[in-house]
Design a protein around this ligand. Structure first.
Ligand code: HEC
Length: 136
């Protein structure tokens, strides 16, 4: 092996090493929501009674991973490979209601789908409303 090849191999190996090292600290792959959902109107936007029902749905289905206050520190979070989002942060809160609805209902990988578990459309929007109240 000449020096040039050795240098190239070394660069390759260290790049792989760095990628493996950086991965746990990086953000998740971006999650594109189809335009149809992104623009979807929340029929219960501004509903003042959303809190209680939304919260009980959250406690029942979501708290184990996302944590009591949405920080992403639920009891199950440690056993997951995917970094959990922080619902109190601006990046999350800046999404449209439709985007949050889509991600909640369809899920991906370690985020389960709730298409079958939460069938009532009104319940789904109440949950979206509740997630929006977790804002700091
Ligand atoms: C088994 C653990 C688990 C449970 C239970 C769970 N989630 Fe998630 N959730 C995740 C993970 C992991 C991600 C990150 C997914 C990704 O980015 O690939 C996520 C991501 C999300 C996102 C997208 C966040 C963002 O930054 O855009 C929303 C919204 C969400 N979850 C809502 C919910 C709701 C609402 C419930 C309950 C109905 C719930 N999740 C239950 C694990 C879970």
């Amino acid at each position: 092996m000449n020096t040039k090849t050795l240098v190239i191999v070394l660069i390759g190996v260290s790049t792989l090493f760095l990628m493996a090292f950086i991965k746990p600290f990086s953000t998740n792959e971006s999650w594109e929501v189809p335009a149809k959902y992104k623009k979807m109107k929340n029929p219960l936007a501004g509903d003042k009674d959303s809190g209680r029902v939304g919260q009980s749905l959250y406690v029942m289905h979501c708290k184990s991973c996302h944590g009591k206050t949405g920080l992403g520190n639920g009891t199950k979070s440690k056993s997951l490979k995917t970094r959990l989002p922080d619902f109190t942060q601006k990046e999350f809160q800046d999404q449209t209601d439709g985007e949050i609805y889509y991600k909640t209902i369809f899920g991906r990988d370690e985020m389960p789908s709730y298409e079958k578990k939460i069938r009532d459309d009104e319940d789904r929007w109440l949950l979206v409303n509740y997630l929006k109240t977790l804002k700091k």
